[in-house]
Design a protein around this ligand. Structure first.
Ligand code: ATP
Ligand code: MG
Ligand code: MG
Ligand code: MG
Length: 461
């Protein structure tokens, strides 16, 4: 029966009331008569100051409480005379729950995020990562609330799948060979060379195709779950395992899709600014100066919308040279995305109507037959954060596209059925949750916004 430090600091408890709190020691200072402990339990950004008189019976526990140790403290909540915090706890009893060995790696006041990545399992104990993971939690709550308020059904799409949504050759194959080794007393004579599912399967790269199926029955659905891509490059924006938010809407076109995406981004920003004030102030001061103002500004004016063809023109006219030469038909690279959002327009921009040849088979072909009704949302500091499109609802056009992409009709017959039985214009998008958290916090490396980063060569914790 203890109180969260957050509740003590927010004075949900009264002055002169007895409280019991638990947490981990951030720092300890001793003078002759007193010890001062900064105790943190992760319920909020701030630590609470515990003052222990050398006279208390359990004072030896205080002296043994090294940085990182866990404590339970019972004491009286007092108004703090010092600057800064309003509240402190005058300890009556201090119990040492778990001592931290002297090689506890978080001894300094500040550690670089590069160093902390090498001890990813302990970095949660730092200010930065406490803040990141509280914001991540709040954002994930806001995501569900946003869709729920708008009548979307939360759909759990499969992790193991036989369809390749993106066709980008980034799928992790699911191997069932070991599981299917013949047991010693194999009486049934099963053919263990057969695949478990009877066909090749992989971890999902996107739940979109399955979401389309459900949108064509429930109208509005969204998925929010883990996604896997064998990204063989080491960039600060790609993980092998990330979380994706994918709404899918029947009776919706590209414009409606962009309207929703814009409303969504604003909603999550507003939610975080209101509900994670302390954490955001930390990012504002130490990680990305001015991020609060810039996120607030974002909510005041509309995002830009330009076509791919217009974007290419702007890049061709740019008074700078790019590493990757600009040409109609190319995929827009990160350097181009950053030019468009940071120099050319200076705000988030939807780029629409990409060349058909560089996009996936399911996107709706435009009347010009050269482009598709696709949209990417590009944002300053990051580049692409959302990829979406109106989906091809015409059976004959979709079949031709699949032929072009050498996709097997039999594997996708269920997907084609959506077009056979009451097809509708429909649209949706995919937003990388970690990219959103990077955008909200200013953290520049995607490894620092996910609890357990999966990257080439690393699946440790
Ligand atoms: P990128 O061009 O950055 O590789 P993409 O175009 O391959 O992204 P999409 O298939 O459009 O990605 O996926 C939708 C969204 O999912 C992207 O806009 C991005 O926010 C996110 N995303 C894609 N790949 C990754 C990844 N490997 N790690 C984290 N997020 C990702
Ligand atoms: Mg990619
Ligand atoms: Mg892309
Ligand atoms: Mg994309």
């Amino acid at each position: 029966k203890h109180s969260a430090i957050k509740d003590c600091l927010q004075l949900k408890k009264k002055y002169d009331e007895e409280v019991t709190i638990c947490g981990w020691v951030r720092t300890r200072r001793d003078s002759k008569k007193f010890s001062f402990i900064e105790l943190n339990d992760g319920t909020c950004f701030a630590s609470i100051q515990v003052i222990a008189d050398a006279e208390i019976e359990t004072y030896q526990n205080v002296l043994d409480a090294s940085t990182g140790s866990s404590l339970q403290v019972t004491g009286i909540l007092k108004e703090s005379p010092g600057k800064g915090q309003k509240v402190e706890v005058h300890a009556q009893k201090v119990e040492l729950l778990g001592i931290a060995d002297s090689d506890y790696p978080l001894q300094k006041k500040r550690h670089s995020r590069e160093f902390l990545r090498t001890i990813a399992h302990l970095r949660t104990r730092t200010n930065t990562f406490g803040a990141v993971f509280r914001v991540r939690h709040a954002a994930s709550f806001a995501v569900n609330q946003f869709f729920n308020e708008r009548g979307f059904v939360y759909l759990h799409t499969p992790i193991i799948t036989a369809s390749d949504c993106e066709g980008a050759g980034q799928m992790f194959r699911v191997s069932t060979l070991d599981a299917l080794k013949p047991p010693l007393n194999d009486e049934k004579q099963v053919d263990y060379t057969q695949d478990f599912f009877g066909e090749e399967t992989s971890l999902t790269v996107s739940g979109q195709l399955e979401a389309e199926l459900f949108a064509s029955a429930l109208s509005k659905v969204y998925t929010f779950g883990p996604t896997f891509r064998a990204e063989n490059s080491n960039t600060p924006r790609h993980l092998a395992e990330f979380w994706m938010i994918e709404p899918e809407m029947a009776f919706c076109d590209l414009q409606g899709n962009m309207d929703l995406a814009e409303e969504f981004i604003r909603y999550v920003i507003t939610y975080i600014l209101e509900n994670c004030k302390e954490d955001m102030e930390f990012f504002n001061k130490w990680v990305e100066k001015g991020i609060i103002d810039s996120l607030q500004d974002l909510c005041k004016s509309d995002f830009e919308r330009i076509t791919y063809t217009e974007a290419i023109k702007a890049l061709e006219n740019a008074k700078k040279s790019f590493e990757y030469p600009v040409k109609w038909g190319m995929d827009i690279q990160t350097e181009h995305e950053r030019y468009l959002t940071e120099e050319y327009l200076k705000k988030p921009v939807f780029v629409t109507d990409y060349p058909r040849d560089i996009k996936a088979f399911y996107m709706r072909v435009n009347d010009d037959e050269k482009t598709v009704a696709a949209m990417d949302l590009l944002v300053p500091r990051l580049g692409e954060i959302i990829g979406g499109s109106q989906r091809e609802e015409r059976l004959d056009v979709l079949k031709k596209n699949m032929e072009k992409h050498e996709l097997d009709e039999a594997t996708y017959s269920w997907y084609l059925d959506i077009r056979r039985y009451g097809t509708t214009p429909h649209a949706g998008f995919g937003l990388g949750f970690e990219r959103l958290i990077m955008y909200l916090t200013g953290i520049e490396n995607i490894r620092d916004v996910i609890p357990f980063p999966r990257t080439p060569g690393n699946a440790k914790f």
